[in-house]
Design a binder for this molecule. Structure first.
Ligand SMILES: NC(=O)c1ccc[n+]([C@@H]2O[C@H](COP(=O)([O-])OP(=O)(O)OC[C@H]3O[C@@H](n4cnc5c(N)ncnc54)[C@H](O)[C@@H]3O)[C@@H](O)[C@H]2O)c1
Length: 299
């Protein structure tokens, strides 16, 4: 198996000053990439800013013989991050949308600010960086993008309504970008990682955060960004040295006659069939998804 190399490739990692992003940045640097180390350097809840976060990682990449430049903008100014890549390296090949914060609160205590800030950093930030990089990737016929979701978005998590919304929203965005980017060799995947970091150390015991090293997530990200990879549109759960792929599953469902009409009581009577996953299928495209619905009209 040949080594995966990023020589002459420019890789943008957002939120690369800590945790997962730092681990990715160091590895891409080690593998020959020109790395744009973006980090605002704020707190876990999105307050403040500090250039040191990105600078430390740039210094570490350079000390190991790699190429890196710092960018201190918020991902909500994603065009400036892409401009840093263009100004310093003349191209952008890979974007790892990783920057993130938490504003955990139960829904009845959540303020508009908690909701908006989580949306801004995770969703709008990833959109802004990706939207600025997208034309360059299409033009050069090569691009790899990673979006960072979370189990909280896939399954829900008590006290994380804002974060769950943002994280699964990113997968929705990634699935459509995968369709729009495929013909230009711009491939887009989503990961839902678990790793010890300053974000998780508030909610997990120290032994666990120490054991869940970000290095156990990083190899999947590098593999998905490989120019020889053909994977796109995937959603992967990853952590602690385990990696799996997630897909939708849908029951066979119940058809009702649109000609004869049907009532809430009919739906109630069919409830066991509607919710029974025996023989369920796995729709993977919007056509798969809508086929049964359209077919029912023709009955
Ligand atoms: N650690 C986990 O178990 C876990 C689980 C699911 C999802 N995630 C996601 O993984 C990503 C990385 O998280 P982490 O655990 O490494 O956290 P982390 O706090 O260690 O790193 C996140 C980095 O993002 C930076 N950042 C925050 N807002 C920014 C902004 N507006 N612009 C630029 N940089 C900004 C922070 O300064 C920080 O350095 C996040 O998107 C997080 O939601 C992490």
């Amino acid at each position: 198996m040949t080594d995966i190399s990023f020589e002459n490739r420019t890789v943008i990692i957002t939120g690369a000053g800590n945790g997962l992003g730092k681990t990715y940045a160091l590895e891409f640097g080690r593998r020959g990439a020109n790395v744009v180390v973006n980090d605002l350097g704020g707190s876990t809840s999105g307050d403040g800013a500090d250039k040191a976060a990105a600078d430390v990682v740039v210094d570490e990449i350079k000390a190991a013989g790699g190429n890196a430049v710092a960018n201190y903008d918020s991902v909500t100014d994603g065009d400036k991050i892409v401009q840093t890549a263009m100004d310093n390296f003349g191209r952008v090949d890979v974007v790892v949308n990783n920057a993130g914060i938490l504003r955990d609160k139960t829904f009845h205590k959540m303020t508009d600010q908690d909701w908006d800030l989580i949306y801004d950093v995770h969703v709008k930030g990833a959109y802004k960086v990706t939207h600025a990089a997208w034309p360059y990737m299409r033009e050069q016929g090569y691009g790899r993008l990673i979006f960072t979701a979370s189990a909280a978005g896939i399954y829900g998590n008590f006290g994380q309504a804002n974060y769950s919304m943002a994280k699964l929203g990113l997968h929705g965005l990634a699935q459509t970008l995968a369709l729009e980017g495929r013909s230009k060799n711009v491939l887009v995947n989503t990961i839902a990682p678990i790793a010890g970091s300053r974000l998780t150390e508030t909610v997990m015991p120290k032994e666990l955060t120490d054991a869940l090293r970000p290095e156990f997530v990083m190899p999947l990200v590098v593999k998905l960004c490989d120019e020889n990879s053909a994977e796109t549109g995937g959603l992967y759960e990853v952590g602690a040295g385990w990696i799996g792929k997630v897909r939708w599953q849908r029951t066979l469902g119940q058809s009702f006659s649109v000609n004869d009409g049907f009532t809430a009581e009919d739906v109630n009577d069919a409830w066991d069939t509607i919710s029974n996953f025996e023989g369920a299928d796995n729709p993977a495209t919007i056509n798969d998804g809508t086929r049964r619905i359209i077919k029912n009209l023709k009955k």
